[in-house]
Write a protein that binds this ligand. Sequence first.
Ligand SMILES: [Mg+2]
Length: 365
Amino acid sequence: MNAARIAAIRCFAVRLPFDHGAPAPRFAGTPRTTLDSVWMRVELDDGLAGWGEAYAPDPEALASLVRSRVAPLALGQDPLDEQLCERLERVLHNAGRSGPVLHALSGLDIALWDLRGKRAGLPVSELLGGRRREQVSAYASLLQYYGDVGPLERQLHAALEAGFTQVKLHERDAASVEATRRAIGVGVPMMVDTNCAWLPAEAEAPVRAMKAFSPLWIEEPLWPPEDLASLGALGRATGVPMAAGENAASLHELLQMAHGGSADWLQPSAIKCGGLSALRRVAAECAAHGRVRLSPQTAFFGPGFLATLHLMATLPEPTAIERLFCGLATVPYAQAVPLEQGTFTLPRGSGLGAEPDASLLNAPL
Ligand SMILES: [Mg+2]
């Protein structure tokens, strides 16, 4: 019997400066010099605290929404109630069906899983059905080099030297894909993320040009990303496996995608789509239908990454987790969740199994 209630939600802007061996890439129209998200600490009235993470290109805006909309509804609630976030999503639907509202609830959901694990004295992966493995391999997800193959090749060699055995590019030209295949050799799986590069009528030729270099998947080739019919048609026309899902605006959309017919690889983002609860449901739906493989998007480093790692340790079929390949001054959870030879070892502690490095946290927003 546990009577503890949610007493506080605090948001922290975590902005990680990075070095990827090239000038700052653009992100949402401006140069990007830090990798940002909001880490959320959810505190109970008995002193226990859990950590979540929310997608937040603008941390102050996310924190403002948490203060004005989410916290007033969540404070006083039972952290063990697994329906809480879904109920809040329903109550909050007039404040926005997707975007920051869902991102904030994603962070809350992840923190509640951390709390449930800590309360039970079990790793989150045990609450999700139990670990099938203690290690999860990662793929090196390179940042964007805009077709500049010099720094791209240097980063590819660095990734292989670090022990990664799979790589992903964020390029849009076949010459970069060709250079990558040449640099990594024929046996190394390579994925290509184009970040919604083309309109449906434009996409077939560039996708066919990349096909010659055997990508494992091409990710988000189409704008808008919710045009699932065109995505399915592109995959069928070219014979290239399609990956998508990080921009899905709801769990419902992801569950539809899990039925097949659009993406071959489904990439829910735990810090966007409703947290670990949503990720778990998408994983179950993929397994039930057996037509779409799950490869969660994890272009982030905080509690959302840990939560995804726990889920992936429970999946029947191992798949690699995404790891942005760049230098960080401080690598979150480097001690508790070591990355060696391109493979993460899961922490054994309760909850998410690792606490944030205090040096990453400034005053709450
Ligand atoms: Mg992507």
